[in-house]
Ligand binder design. Structure first.
Ligand SMILES: [Zn+2]
Ligand SMILES: [Zn+2]
Length: 291
């Protein structure tokens, strides 16, 4: 197979696996070409993460350079400079290569341990959509509590402070954080699907990839610093988005959840002047009742 190269192998596989779709054949050819499942999964995961992270951040870098978009910037007086963005990207890249790259060797064995499927055919769209929705809800809960804990004095000073270096965030700053924080909060993104698979024995690595892509989009967009009339939370009122997380960076307190607004709403940890006003009024009303 190796002598034929990747595309030679792909053609060979296509001849004998007509029941598989194009992407399934590409997938199968990749594993056949690599002849090493650990590296095949590891390299694919790492490359996907880099591509999606920087690919999704780039439009925000460009938008920051176009003055017309300033009308949609949430903290209009705090625009990141090109130098700041570059510095941030360099640190994120550095941590990807030092902390994350060595973990390539762990990913496939972990998938095998919990029973994640890496084979073809792929699961149905319905199965993937259902599992990804569950992951969104569970990750959000994990994120809410661990992120809220990170704002406790010692944890904040020791770990989380790095992420709060930018009081007006931008896309690239989504993963600008201590490696410990990346691991703790990252458990919600990677550990939740592993746990799901350990219990249900039903998860394909492609579903996991798609979930991670959506989660990266969510995290980068939440840090973008822009709020548009067409932002998702206008159509899905419980979706958090940039408007929600930007205030967290600005005020350092409240709005701890990642994807949804329900935890902060129900536990009264919403950030911003309106929420504080509501809390103040509640307190006064309570005090009056007590008298
Ligand atoms: Zn925080
Ligand atoms: Zn943040």
């Amino acid at each position: 197979m190796e002598s034929q190269g990747y595309w030679g192998g792909f053609e060979e596989i296509s001849k004998y696996n007509v029941q598989l779709n194009y992407f399934e054949r590409l997938w199968m050819a990749w594993y056949a070409y690599m002849q090493n499942d650990i590296l095949a999964t590891g390299i694919m995961s790492f490359a996907m993460h880099e591509l999606v992270y920087f690919g999704r951040s780039l439009p925000w870098v460009i938008i920051d350079m176009i003055p017309w978009f300033n009308r949609y910037k949430i903290q209009q007086d705090k625009k990141p400079t090109a130098y700041e963005q570059w510095q941030c990207a360099a640190l994120v890249l550095f941590s990807h290569f030092t902390v994350e790259l060595p973990q390539i060797w762990l990913f496939h064995p972990m998938c095998q341990y919990v029973g994640l499927s890496t084979s073809v055919p792929f699961p149905s769209l319905f199965t993937m959509a259902f599992q990804i929705s569950v992951f969104f809800v569970l990750e959000d809960a994990w994120h809410y509590w661990t992120h809220r804990a990170m704002h406790w004095g010692p944890l904040y000073r020791g770990i989380h402070k790095i992420h709060h270096q930018y009081s007006a965030p931008f896309g690239l700053a989504a993963e600008y954080a201590s490696p410990i924080e990346v691991m703790v909060l990252g458990f919600g993104t990677v550990g939740v699907p592993f746990l799901w698979c350990a219990i249900t024995k039903d998860l394909h690595i492609l579903t996991m990839y798609l979930w991670i892509v959506f989660r990266l989009f969510q995290a980068i967009d939440a840090h973008s610093g822009y709020e548009f009339p067409w932002s998702l939370h206008h159509f899905l009122p419980f979706w958090a988005g940039a408007e929600h997380h930007d205030v967290h960076h600005e005020r350092f307190i409240g709005n701890y959840a990642s994807s949804f607004r329900w935890w902060d709403f129900c536990l009264d940890t919403e950030a911003g002047p309106e929420a504080s006003k509501r809390r103040r009024e509640k307190k006064i009303a309570k005090a009056k009742k007590a008298v």
